[in-house]
Write a protein that binds this ligand. Sequence first.
Ligand SMILES: *[C@@H]1O[C@H](CO)[C@@H](O)[C@H](O)[C@H]1NC(C)=O
Ligand SMILES: *[C@@H]1O[C@H](CO)[C@@H](O)[C@H](O)[C@H]1NC(C)=O
Ligand SMILES: *[C@@H]1O[C@H](CO)[C@@H](O)[C@H](O)[C@H]1NC(C)=O
Ligand SMILES: *[C@@H]1O[C@H](CO)[C@@H](O)[C@H](O)[C@H]1NC(C)=O
Length: 570
Amino acid sequence: MPPPSAVVPGVGIQALILCGPGVSLNTFTTNEEYPKALIPLANRPLIYYQLSWLKKSGITDITLITPPSTAPPLQAALQQNPHLTSLPSPSPSVLAPKGLDLNMGTAELLRLPEVQACIKTDFLLLPCDLVCETPGESLLEAWMVSQSALGGSSTVSEGRNAHGPTSSGPGGEKGGRRGGLTVFYQTQNREESVKGEGTDFLAIAPLDDDEAPAVSYAVDGPAALRHNLSKVVLSMPMATVKEKMEQDKGLLLRRSLTEKHPRVKMLSTFRDAHLYIFPYWVKELALRQETFQSVSEDLVGFWAKAEWQRGLGEKLGMDEIFHRENGAHAESGSFDGESIEEEIDLLAMSTTSSRPNINVARPPPTSSFASRVSNVSSDSDKPELKIPPLLAYVQRGSAPFVRRVDSSAILLSTALRLAKLESIEEAGAAASPFALPQKIAHPEGIAQRTTITKSDCLVGQNTTVESKCVIKESVIGANVKICSGARLQRCLIMDGAVVNSSCTLTGCIVGRRAVIGKDSILKDSEVGDGYLVEEETDAKNEKFMIFEGLEDDEDMGSSGEFDGEDELGF
Ligand SMILES: *[C@@H]1O[C@H](CO)[C@@H](O)[C@H](O)[C@H]1NC(C)=O
Ligand SMILES: *[C@@H]1O[C@H](CO)[C@@H](O)[C@H](O)[C@H]1NC(C)=O
Ligand SMILES: *[C@@H]1O[C@H](CO)[C@@H](O)[C@H](O)[C@H]1NC(C)=O
Ligand SMILES: *[C@@H]1O[C@H](CO)[C@@H](O)[C@H](O)[C@H]1NC(C)=O
C-alpha cells in the first residue's frame, strides 16, 4: 500500500463514467454505432474531456458504464481514436451490464449486480458529457481534508475498501470517509449560456466551524476551493420546484430546515454538474433503496434532506449502514417517500418572492411565524443519527469552466468557447488543459485568398478549405471539405462533412459526413449525420435529419430517465 499522499489525491479512488446513447443530442448520435460519448466537441470526442481530467487528477481506475449496444463502438474508439489513445495508460475498462436499458434511472443502474461488483472503493460518478476545468485534484483534496476534519479518515488506504464497507463507526473514527461532494455551476450570464437551459434548485448552508478545518494553504490552492464549500440541504430540478409551487401556491419548506440551518441560501440559476465524489457506503445506500430512480433527484436529494430532517436518515437505512458492527438492527429502513412534518411557506415570509435568488436571513420568530408551525416531535430517547454532510462546491465565476454538454445549443456554444483557447503551440505551458496542439491542424489544406480567424477557430486534420472563403468563430472537424466562396460564422462542422461552394452558414451545426448543396443559406439550423441538404436551400431554425426506424415503434428513451436531460448523461 503506498503511503498516504496529498500530492496525488486520486490514488485509491475509482471513477465511473456513465455513457448513455445521447437522446438529448439525437441529431448527432445513433444508438448502435455512435453514442454521445463519441460526439466531437472542439475536435475531440466528448469522453476525452472526462478521461483527461480524471487522469490529471491521478485517477487511473476508470470504468465506462454503457448499455451493451453501445459498448463495441466505445471499445473501438478507445483503441483507435488518436485523442483517446494519446491519454496516459492504463486504458479505461468498459462495463456493459446486461440489464442496462435506455430508460433506466442512474440510481437503478447503481443497483445492477455488475455495477455493484465493480465498485470497490470511494468513487467518483460523472456523466460522459461533462467538461470541467476545475482541477479534479483540488476537488478531491478539498473533499479529503474536509473528511478528516469530520473525524473520518485522512489517509488513502483507510478511505478505500481496505476495511470494507462496515468499518466506519458513527464518527468515522475507524476510518472510511463518510461525506460526499457535489459540484454546481452557474448557467446564466456566461459566454456559453443558451436560452431555456434547465437549472436545479439548490439550498446550501455554511459549514460549521468544526467542518471547515483551519489549515493554511496557498491562497489559490485547494484550500481556496475548500473555503467555498458549503453543505447541500436541498437539491432538485427547477422543474420539480415549479410544479410544487403551482400545487402549493408557494414554496413550502420544512421547519426543521430553517431551524437547523438559519443561514440557508437558495439558488435557482445553478445546475448540478452530476459530478459526485461518493464514499464507499453510498454503494450500499443505492442498493437498499429500491425506490431511488435517479442519483441526482433521489439519492442526493434525500441524503441532503436527511442531514436536517429528523428520522429520515433512519428511514433510508443509514443508521444500519453506519452502525452495523454495533449490532444495532433497526427495522429494515424501507422508505415510503415522505414523512410528516409541518412546512413553512418560505415565499410568503419573504418580501422578495419574485427574485430568483432567495436569501433567508434568520427568519424572526414572530407570532405569525410561530403560529404557522407546530412543535416538532422528537424521539428524545434515541441518540440522534449523525448524517455525514453532502458538500457542494459552487462554481460561481466564469472560470474555470464547468458545464454539461447535453443539448445541441450547448454543444455549439461550448465548442465555440473552447475554440478561443490559445493552442499549446501559442501558449506553451500556460495553455488550458483542453487546448489543442494547433489551431489549424493541417495548414497545407487551406487555400490562399481565404480568411480564417485563427483566434476563435479550430480546423481539424486533413481538412481542405478552398479559396475566397470567410470563416469566423467556428469549429471545423477533420476530413471536411469547404468549397470556394463559403462563408461560415459561429458554426460547428463535424468530421467528413462537405460544404459546397458559395454557401452561407450562420449559427449552424453540420453533422458527420453531411453535405450542404451549393448556394445554400442556413441560419441557426442543425443538419444530422449523413444528411444531404439540397442546393440553394434557404432555411432558418430548421433541423434536417434522417429518421430511422420510426415504424419499429422504438422506445427512444425520451422519458427523461436514462437519457433525459435530468439525468447523468444517459
Ligand atoms: C471562492 O469564492 C470567492 C467569492 O465568491 C471567489 O472570488 C473565488 O474565486 C472562489 N474560489 C474558488 C477556488 O472557487
Ligand atoms: C413547544 O413545546 C414547548 C415545550 O414542550 C412549549 O412550551 C411550547 O409552548 C410549544 N410551542 C408551540 C408553538 O406549541
Ligand atoms: C484525407 O482526405 C482524403 C480526401 O478527402 C482521404 O482520401 C484520406 O483518407 C484522408 N486521410 C486521412 C488520414 O484521413
Ligand atoms: C458541389 O456541387 C456540384 C454541383 O451540384 C457538384 O457537381 C459537386 O460534386 C459538389 N462538390 C462536392 C465536393 O460535393
